[in-house]
Design a protein around this ligand. Sequence first.
Ligand SMILES: CC(C)(COP(=O)(O)OP(=O)(O)OC[C@H]1O[C@@H](n2cnc3c(N)ncnc32)[C@H](O)[C@@H]1OP(=O)(O)O)[C@@H](O)C(=O)NCCC(=O)NCCS
Length: 212
Amino acid sequence: MTWSVTPGRPSTTDHACEKSAGAGGEGGVMVRRMHISECRAEDVVLLDQHLPSGGTTSFHARRFVRHTAGSSTYLVAWNDGCPVGNGEVRWNGCSAPEVQAAFPDCPEINGLHVAEPLRGTGIGTALIRRAERLAGQRSTRTIGLGVDDHGNPRAAALYTRLGYRPTVRYVDRRSYIDRDGIEHHVEDPCVFLVKELTPDTVDADGRRSRIY
Ligand SMILES: CC(C)(COP(=O)(O)OP(=O)(O)OC[C@H]1O[C@@H](n2cnc3c(N)ncnc32)[C@H](O)[C@@H]1OP(=O)(O)O)[C@@H](O)C(=O)NCCC(=O)NCCS
């Protein structure tokens, strides 16, 4: 698959891309023009419509509260005016005590999610790239993310390809209330992956991209 980058894109845009001819045929979904922006108040309703939370509480709304407070940056990927992916950069790092102890100054990419029909089309990579660039602009030297590498090997493979390396193992604990009002507590064994951010980072395709 190849992407063409549209010249003269707006400054809020990370990638403005079109799939090459032939993509999106037979069962495929066409990604016409994708861009990434920071979440605005009015985006939360659209996020809830198109990428709904599993439970009763909108996690988009919770992330937007942190975004507004400045403790995180909530990124939204858009395709033809619809939100198709999201990811949050948590500037205070991973909340797990084991990770905080080992990496107190390492922001975390959290809540990375792409709409199912569009997975594998580069949106997740674009969200990660934007997060890395934002971290670089803050002169942060590392960025990390947690993954259940046994339960989610494809995601782990993507992060490895993008230069993330395994460090601390921890248990990711979270809870939510489902639509029937039942509270669920989830515990996922995870590994925290860390990437060193350098001015010249080589991306997954071997291209050099300045992220600072
Ligand atoms: C993981 C995820 C965010 C990656 O985003 P993406 O847009 O699909 O990723 P890209 O297109 O940039 O890169 C494709 C790579 O992502 C990885 N990937 C993980 N899950 C995938 C899926 N369901 N479909 C396609 N690719 C997936 C693979 O390594 C894939 O490469 P491959 O096709 O060579 O196997 C996305 O697939 C997703 O939302 N998955 C479900 C939620 C999730 O697992 N979140 C991450 C928690 S740590």
